[in-house]
Ligand binder design. Structure first.
Ligand SMILES: [Zn+2]
Ligand SMILES: [Zn+2]
Length: 89
């Protein structure tokens, strides 16, 4: 048996029924879970590769990610604000 891994989920759906699911994209893994049960599950972040718990916000994403993206965006906005601020001085 291979070692248990943290699933890396992507949103998908069954072709026939249209039921929305999240499935694991890691090679050799056929795990999937119905969308209604994804909340609270641990997934691998698509951006930083860290484990995180899927909450309401990540659930809306096709490729769930943790807060790292928001943090990065905020850092970038701070830089832009600093830059604009320095122009106004
Ligand atoms: Zn998996
Ligand atoms: Zn992340």
């Amino acid at each position: 048996m291979k070692k248990q891994h943290t699933h890396k989920y992507i949103r998908s759906k069954f072709k026939q029924s249209g039921t929305r699911i999240y499935k694991c994209i890691l090679p050799g893994c056929h795990h999937y879970i119905l969308e209604e049960f994804i909340e609270g599950k641990i997934s691998v972040c698509w951006y930083c590769g860290e484990d995180f718990v899927i909450g309401k916000r990540a659930k809306r994403l096709k490729k769930p990610h943790c807060d790292c993206v928001r943090r990065a965006n905020r850092a970038r906005n701070d830089i832009v604000e600093d830059f604009v601020g320095s122009l106004l001085k």
